[in-house]
Design a protein around this ligand. Structure first.
Ligand code: SF4
Length: 591
């Protein structure tokens, strides 16, 4: 494995993924061999292996099943299905079965929210899981049928494109966008990008042209373009569909970025949950190389050399942050960097690097073909063009909807058949919670920004449960680098768990608000500073959902003290009133 990767330490993560593929997990001897082969300290290799949730330092089952744990999966019964499978196969969640055959656990959102409940079996997605499928899977595992012999239909993933606009409605001739940009010349191509006012579709909304120009103007000749295909925001799956349906346009967008910036090297960072797409993506890259759209002298243009490699992620949400993603690409733990300097000047291996989202890059092909002004004619003043929404939750028609920016939330709800919508989570766990009285607001950077998730909740759903699920998610995904986020998310989870158990006190709500402020103001990266969003929003807009969980207005312990003393009473043989804490202060004292 090490030789295959050229003994290159920047490929450490890819080496560990391949080694695990071969051995089932990463045994101590394997870690030592990798460290020796790459001439790295063993602690560095183990540190990387321990960072990513899809890498295992302990044995896992021959069949490793991970249930997607987004709130939309839970709403469709994922926890009951997980428990049913555990019971059928006699295994406890999170533990390896005694015979080493199976392990079952949960993982963060797998990007299949339009067709949940979903699971991954040895990395392959199975969607729309129900009790019948659970029975079939249990039987296949019990009889040790190899995954390659499981019915192919199990692994079918739908694209569910429900509404097309400028991008999804346009047919595309491969190579046409690159040809158009080369015809314009590098400077005029940048001018068209500037005129388009395209903003990043990954969430932050930074102007793409400004990023490209900064990279182009940065000193250094080895420049890099990275496609961020680490779509980890819960409820978001539009990049999955773009990578399935329009891989040619995604890669062509990377070539357009290279033409503008002068980059000669490209990476696609593909989230581990989408590893099943890799063979088709590699085939598309090979086709583009054969067609002269990648490699040396692209489309005969002297000096235009650019090629793309695919790197896999391994289950770390924080790697969606661009500097963490670059660290991961360099074979390290995905810890966000201190900025400045920014990646546009000091990115991959210190080289000027542009990181763009899948949808952003795809949109640049529209600009190359139709011009910047035409692109900017759609949408709103500060949000030009169209936006792909990943719609899921309580609606009749979940899937992908493309609208011009500025579309009202109630219009989306009407289109997706969400007649009883009570609340919408726009932009995923770190996004904005929208209450019914706000449904006239619009999806746009100047109103409700969104990386693409649009999760609908009807009146039967409890906003507290939604926020609780998101807090669990952030606690699990915090990379642990900075104290406010590492501790703050755990504290927040502790308070939410306490409320969920029915032991809340009014002071807990005040404490939650204090932790929210702490996380917002002192976290090192966006994960920590946006982690409180769902709690802040639901507390402000659905406060009764919290207040009905309060037991008293004063201090309330996080558990039932009297019940906790039951074992002590049993051992001492006492069960008189004085041995109970709820029998009055006098008796406590006497007891
Ligand atoms: Fe890591 Fe959280 Fe700190 Fe970001 S805010 S660096 S995710 S610990």
């Amino acid at each position: 494995v090490i030789t295959k990767h050229g003994r290159d330490a920047t490929r450490l993560l890819q080496i560990l993924i391949d080694l695990q593929q071969a051995l089932g997990y990463l045994p101590p001897a394997g870690i030592s061999a990798v460290a020796a082969g790459l001439d790295l300290p063993r602690a560095r290799v183990e540190g990387v292996a321990g960072f990513y949730s899809f890498l295992h330092l302990e044995p896992v089952g021959e069949y490793r099943i991970l249930f997607s744990d987004n709130i939309t999966d839970r709403m469709l019964g994922s926890l009951e299905l997980r428990d049913a499978l555990c019971r059928k196969l006699w295994v406890e969640q999170g533990k390896l079965s005694e015979d080493g055959l199976i392990s079952i656990d949960v993982t963060s959102c797998t990007g299949m929210c339009d067709q949940g409940p979903a699971m991954l079996v040895n990395g392959l997605p199975i969607t729309r899981v129900d009790h019948q499928r659970i029975n079939e899977i249990a039987e296949l595992v019990r009889t040790r049928v190899p995954l390659s012999a499981w019915p192919r239909a199990f692994f079918h993933v739908d694209d569910n494109i429900r509404r097309r606009d400028a991008l999804l409605g346009q047919s595309f001739v491969s190579g046409s966008a690159i040809e158009a940009a080369i015809r314009l010349g590098r400077d005029q191509w940048i001018d068209e990008m500037r005129a388009s006012r395209l903003r990043g579709r990954g969430g932050a909304g930074f102007t793409t042209c400004v990023k490209w120009e900064a990279c182009r103007d940065a000193p250094g000749s080895d420049k890099v373009v990275v496609c961020n295909a680490d779509e980890g925001e819960p409820g978001t799956f539009k990049d999955r569909v773009l990578l399935t349906r329009c891989a040619d346009r995604v890669f062509e967008g990377m070539v357009l970025a290279a033409w503008a910036t002068g980059a000669n090297r490209g990476f696609m960072y593909l989230r581990g949950e989408y590893a099943y797409l890799r063979p088709a993506l590699e085939a598309e890259l090979a086709r583009m190389r054969a067609a002269g759209l990648l490699g040396r002298t692209i489309l005969g243009e002297a000096g235009f050399d650019f090629d793309i490699e695919i790197h896999l992620g391994a289950g770390a949400y924080v790697c969606g942050e661009e500097s963490a993603l670059i660290e991961s690409l360099e074979g390290k733990r995905g810890t966000p960097r201190i900025r400045p300097p920014f990646p546009v000047t000091h990115g991959y291996l210190g080289r000027p690097t542009v990181v763009n989202n899948v949808e952003t890059l795809t949109k640049t092909t529209l600009i190359a073909l139709g011009g910047g002004a035409a692109f900017a004619a759609t949408g709103t003043a500060q949000s030009t063009g169209t936006k792909l929404l990943s719609v899921s939750g309580d609606c009749a028609f979940p899937g992908i909807y493309e609208y011009p920016f500025g579309v009202r939330i109630d219009r989306v709800l009407e289109d997706c058949g969400a007649g009883d919508a009570h609340m919408v989570q726009v932009g995923g766990a770190s996004g904005v919670t929208i209450a019914g009285y706000e449904f006239s607001r619009s999806i746009a950077f100047e109103d409700v920004p969104s990386a693409g998730a649009f999760m609908v909740f009807d009146s039967s759903r409890d906003p507290f449960d939604v926020a609780h699920n998101f807090v669990d998610f952030f606690t699990h995904e915090s990379c642990g680098f900075c104290t406010p986020c590492r501790i703050g998310t755990s504290l927040l989870k502790g308070y939410m768990d306490k409320l969920a158990r029915g032991y809340g006190a009014k002071k807990d709500l005040a404490d939650i608000e204090w932790i929210n402020r702490l996380l917002r103001n002192t976290s090192h990266c966006g994960l920590g500073s946006t982690a409180p969003n769902p709690v802040v929003d639901t507390l402000a807009k659905f406060r009764p959902a919290y207040e009905r969980r309060l037991r008293t207005l004063d201090f309330e312990p996080a558990f039932d003290l009297d019940a906790a003393l039951a074992a002590a009473r049993r051992i001492t043989g006492r069960d008189d009133p004085a041995a109970h804490l709820d029998s009055g202060d006098k008796q406590h004292t006497e007891g």
